[in-house]
Structure formats: structure tokens, C-alpha cells
Design a protein around this ligand. Sequence first.
Ligand code: HBI
Ligand code: FE
Length: 298
Amino acid sequence: MNTVATKHGLAAGEAGRPQNPDWTIDQGWERYTAAEHATWKTLFERQTKLLPGRACDEFVQGMRDLPIGPEQIPDFRRLNEVLLRRTGWQIVAVPGLVPDEVFFDHLAHRRFPSGNFIRRPHELDYLEEPDVFHDVFGHVPMLMNPAMADFIQAYGQGGLRAQQLGHLPQLARVYWYTVEFGLLQQGDGLRLYGAGIASSFTESQFCLDSASPNRIRFGLERVMRTHYRIDDFQESYFVIRDLDELLEFTQIDFAPLYQRAAQGPEHQPGDVLADDQVFHRGSGEYHCARRRMASASP
Ligand code: HBI
Ligand code: FE
């Protein structure tokens, strides 16, 4: 299971009512317990071992430049000193998922909402809402990159517009297959940059090492038409050329693309199309076995 597996399946607010209209709260860094810092350490250390050779260079560099280490859950005030200077972004604490409009408004103003809580020791590989490990370890290193910084802000601005146009599902798929589960080409191979995979022990290996999933060249309209899995590993990952390609997307008017994509056809997560540029044609064995197990159990 990946760490963001079902977070988008939950309604905002299940973690409690907001104190502020923008849903922000105090991180309450002083209130983390020794056990919570220890959970961070476990997650940090096993993930840090996996990422060399898997995470893109920009992710590794971003991590290096931030005050993030194994010993403690990072203090957002210290992260923000570095992040604000680098790309003008800051982290704000929230209790969990927030409503779409609130999320978009924060992003449009270069504020990244991060859960302030950390997962329990029995759910290291699986949790329902984005916690401080997913949000900080997964997202913040990439927010140090100028191209990603602009792309996520543009997503926030585009989110409100997509809602008005009735095409939020199409835009959310772009976010999913880039910011959360994106791969890119680097040197002679593929690397991960998506936060959902960078923060997942199991999926950071599956997305690059397994023969099972498809790895397909990214296309905006292709991805807008493609459903994604929220409850398990992805069946297909989409590969961008480099992070500057994200910057190019911020210059494109999505409205005509929404129009075309919404006229169908829609694609299932595992579909490979005749005009796809395929880096790796997946065997599908992982999801095949999962489906066999599901149909065998009563
Ligand atoms: N809230 N805290 C938080 N984190 C998210 O990733 C998030 C959210 N609210 C809505 C949301 N994501 C998505 O459903 C939108 O990107 C469409
Ligand atoms: Fe996320």
C-alpha cells in the first residue's frame, strides 16, 4: 500500500473541525512525544536508504538543503526560513485533509498545507490521511525546485477554475500522475519525483523496480482521460522529460484540453494505447494476483 493510498477517498474534516477559516492550526512542535519522533526516525531512515538511485537529483538536492534529519520531526518554522528564501513557499499546519477550495487557495498563495500529526507505529506503510511524513518528506524537497514551485501554484490557481468549469476530475488526474506519482527521465534511466512514491517504502521500489506496472510517456490529454487507483499501487506511471516540462504546462490553457478529454474515451489505470510511447510494458502480474485473491475470498 502506498502512503497516500486512500487519502483522497476521505472527506475533509474527519480529523476535526477547523479553528481558522483557512483550516490552519499551530504545528505544536513542542507537543510531539519521544515516541512520535521515534516513528519519524524509523520512516526517515528506511526511506533515505532507498532513495539514492531512485529519487531524481532535484529531490535529493532539495532534501540536502533543508533542515530535515532523522532525529526529530521537522519544525515548520525552521523549514520555512529555508523554503521561503529559496522559492517563496511556506508550510502551514492543518489537521488533515482540507476542502478542495481551501487546499487550492493555499497552493495559489504558495502555502503548502501539511498534516501536523504522524502515523501510528502499526500503520507505517498505510494510512488514510496525509501526515507530516508524507507531506514534509515527500513534498517539501520538491518545493525547493523552482519548476515544481511554479507548477503547484498554478495547480492551485487552476483548481478553482477547473471546479467552475466542472472539470476538476480531469485536473486532479494531472496532479495525481505528476506531483504524487510522477516519474521522470534522467541520464540513462527513470527516476521518481512524486511525493506519494517518494514517501512510500513499498511503492518507491515497485514503481521503478517491478516488471508489473506500465511506464508510459506523459501527455496532458492522455492523463486527463485516465482513472487512477487510490487504494493500491498504480498500474501505470507516467514519465515526464524533466522538471522543466512542468513549467511548460503552466503556460498552457487547460480549458480546451478539458473539453476534448471530457468527450471521452476514458482509460482504465492499466490501459496501454496504440499511440502511447512506452518505456516499459507492464506484465500486470501484481494487480492480476490481487484480483485473483479478491475474487477467491468470499
Ligand atoms: N488536503 N491537506 C490536504 N492535502 C491534499 O493533498 C489535499 C487536500 N484536500 C483536497 C485534495 N488534496 C485533492 O482532493 C485536490 O487536489 C483535488
Ligand atoms: Fe500528497
